[in-house]
Design a protein around this ligand. Structure first.
Ligand code: SF4
Ligand code: SF4
Length: 195
């Protein structure tokens, strides 16, 4: 009985001394070092907290965080939306009536992005969209903290078109298509008349 009690006290003391050791060690502030530093894992020891947001942990270069779209370089090909396994990219394109410019890599832009929304609440950060993008305009940034109060605010809107502009472009396209159709019909009639 006495032996058991002594063993119990020794075990309790060992556990308690370990807790006390960590309690005092964790008072030291976490030093921010690069992930490439040889001492990275050593220097992350002995601390429990960091003074966020003044202090931030280094993030690996290959980390996958919030998506960003450079809309000026987007050719609205829809590939990213098609490859997305969780359908969190919602794109609405409007065909332009002529070439509207070119991206920084020289690709012609023939479509407007009337809507380009990404629901980051649904995104599973697989990175597939960034891989298929032909102009590399959709990228994963090193931003991991975009705290919001409303769920809807996690839907990022990248289109820079106003609804009025989109309506105007749709109207111009319809007009052009109607003119093309009329010209086609006139050419057919002329052909039939000549035959
Ligand atoms: S990272 Fe994956 S889940 Fe997120 S938008 Fe891109 S393809 Fe979809
Ligand atoms: S794959 Fe790239 S270019 Fe195509 S719609 Fe998506 S972001 Fe734009």
């Amino acid at each position: 009985m006495i032996k058991r009690t002594i063993n119990g006290l020794i075990t309790a003391w060992k556990g308690l001394s370990l807790t006390i050791k960590h309690l005092f060690k964790s008072n030291s502030k976490r030093e921010i070092v690069s992930i490439t530093d040889d001492n990275y894992f050593k220097k992350q020891g002995n601390t429990n907290t960091i003074q966020y947001p003044k202090q931030q942990l280094p993030i690996p270069e290959v980390g996958r965080y919030q998506l960003e779209v450079e809309i000026d370089d987007c050719i609205v090909c829809d590939l990213c939306a098609k490859v997305c396994p969780v359908d969190c990219i919602d794109i609405e394109s409007i065909k332009a009536t002529e070439v509207i410019g070119q991206t920084s890599d020289g690709s012609k832009k023939m479509l407007y992005a009337a809507k380009f929304d990404i629901d980051m609440a649904k995104c599973m950060y697989c990175g597939l969209c960034t891989i298929v993008c032909p102009t590399e305009c959709i990228v994963m940034t090193n931003q991991y903290d975009r705290t919001v109060f409303e769920l809807k605010d996690l839907t990022y809107e990248f289109s820079d078109m106003s609804p009025e502009d989109a309506a105007e472009k749709r109207m111009l396209l319809e007009k052009q298509q109607a003119e093309k159709q009329a010209a086609k019909l006139a050419a057919m009639k002329q052909k039939e008349g000549g035959a």
